[in-house]
Ligand binder design. Sequence first.
Ligand SMILES: [Zn+2]
Length: 92
Amino acid sequence: MSQPDAPRQKSTLFCSDCGYESPAPSGWLEYTLSDQRHKRCPRCFALVTRRPAEPPTDAWDHSRDQVRSGFALWRAGVSQLKQSVEQLAVHG
Ligand SMILES: [Zn+2]
């Protein structure tokens, strides 16, 4: 009985140290250390991948900056309006 070669998943990772293989999302020891996402072999604990972890606060910081600059714009508009009102009051 012959077995056809099963197409290998693109996401399958290999441990170059012991030959352990498993699809990327599962079967590996994953942890974050000093903003780096580490993936290690559960058999020999060799480091398989390491990449910068995406900080979840980025989007929040961005929107907060947008809100802050929007507020600054609004305040500038208000003070400009106040100025023109005062000028009208003086000249009118
Ligand atoms: Zn290994």
